[in-house]
Design a protein around this ligand. Structure first.
Ligand code: PLP
Length: 398
């Protein structure tokens, strides 16, 4: 298929629907829809079993179509990290969105307030995290200005983020969080909705025990902070947090009411390197880069997928191997190429034109490199293209 500038890529790719997987040109980002569906069902069942809400993190797939699929499967809504992601999700028909991140720029906060009002008018809901008194004041100001413009006295749900070990955003657990709750409660346009406690670094601690130990400390911090807030007569309605690597711990804590996992839907090579907690669902790889060999020599082959096809911040991709004879290792070949070398004693260097499937190191930034995901059903070997999924929040960084 030729790539013309006149027709959007998603429209061009739609011509692939119904065709065998072999018709997909390379490099391409492909979703195994059967595996994705199994991941979805496993997450929904897990949350049901633990009687906990699930708010899928849409920063991972950046697609309103997939967000809506998750809501159909039982998610209460989605998290996003950026105002622009929230706007894209809302435009795509997602009605319950939480910006699990801090927004400080007045121009962005004006967009947050406008979106909160618009979503409320459509019976939807936007919520946001804060970690500073200044952030609270600015958010309140933006909401007040919007209230005055719209003549509607609505309020936005605000979560206080506490830093539970990641060393990123969030106030220290304890007194600092209580003070921030009081700041929020000064403003009628803001409603204190609970705590956000997410430990990103814990997600990729390799052993299940390490992750359990790290989250046990997180839970202590949350319990302590919640007690202090409630001692001042303010209920903490909800604690939200957790990622794919630690959901077992937060779900069992009795403190968290909502899980924010995102990567479980696609999984990636970095998550596959974690020891699976026996209590966690067995999530499968559902995201692949299809690539083909464009050059081959005695020692190695070269494929057409480099850093422009997949992110490498969490390591190089793994080559998806069906059996021992196809064990290949991927080496860095730059932005347009990958070097493939045999990784097993029985493996031969792949031939020119051979198609291969790569499992990206990190799913979130890999998806952000692509306009569309090609959804396949019936397997990577003999399946068919079922649907084209637009990454409609691609590049939504502000
Ligand atoms: C605040 C927050 N919550 C949840 C997640 C989801 O984590 P994961 O994609 O590892 O499941 C992330 C990911 O970075 C995050 O930043």
């Amino acid at each position: 298929m030729s790539h013309t500038t006149k027709t959007p890529l998603s429209e061009q790719l739609k011509q692939l629907v119904g065709h065998p997987v072999s018709a997909i040109d390379t490099p391409a980002l492909v979703v195994d829809l059967d595996a994705m569906q199994r991941n979805l069902v496993r997450m929904a069942e897990f949350c049901k079993k633990h009687d906990i809400r699930w708010r899928a993190h849409a920063k991972m797939h950046k697609s309103s179509a997939l967000a809506k699929l998750q809501v159909q499967a039982g998610a209460v809504g989605v998290c996003v990290q950026k105002t622009a992601e929230a706007e894209a999700m809302a435009a795509g028909g997602v009605h319950d969105i939480y910006i699990s991140n801090e927004v400080i720029a007045p121009a962005k906060l004006a967009r947050v307030a406008a979106l909160a009002h618009k979503m409320a008018a459509d019976n939807g809901k936007l919520a946001i995290a804060v970690d500073s008194a200044e952030g609270v004041t600015r958010l309140a100001q933006a909401m007040n200005e919007r209230r005055a413009a719209d003549g509607v006295p609505m309020s936005i749900d605000v979560f206080v983020e506490i830093d539970v070990g990641q060393g990123r955003c969030g106030v220290a657990p304890g007194r600092a969080a209580v003070d921030l709750v009081h700041e929020i409660r000064k403003h009628p346009a803001l409603r204190f909705a609970g705590l956000q406690a997410y430990h990103g670094k814990a997600q990729h601690a390799r052993s299940a025990k390490e992750r359990r130990d790290l989250i046990a400390v997180v839970v202590q911090d949350v319990v302590f902070t919640r007690k202090l807030i409630e001692a001042e007569g303010v209920p903490v309605e909800l604690v939200t947090g957790a990622g794919t690597g630690s959901i077992v711990c937060e779900a069992a804590s009795g403190v968290y009411g909502e899980l924010q996992a995102g990567s479980f839907l696609f999984m990636d090579a970095d998550y596959a390197a974690n020891e699976r907690d026996p209590a966690a669902p067995a999530f499968e790889h559902a995201l692949f880069v299809k690539t083909q060999v464009v050059s081959s020599s005695v020692q190695h082959a070269v494929c057409d997928a480099g850093h422009k096809s997949h992110a490498i911040d969490s390591g190089l991709p793994k080559v998806h191997a069906q059996d021992d004879e196809h064990m290949l290792e991927y080496f860095n070949g730059g932005d347009e190429h990958g070097i493939l070398r045999p990784a097993g004693p029985n493996t031969r260097v792949p031939a020119l034109g051979q198609m291969l499937w790569l499992i990206p190191g990190h799913c979130d930034p890999t998806v952000n490199l692509h306009d569309c995901l090609i959804g396949v059903k019936g397997g990577l070997a003999n399946g068919k293209v079922e649907r084209i999924i637009r990454v409609d929040a691609r590049g939504a960084l502000t």
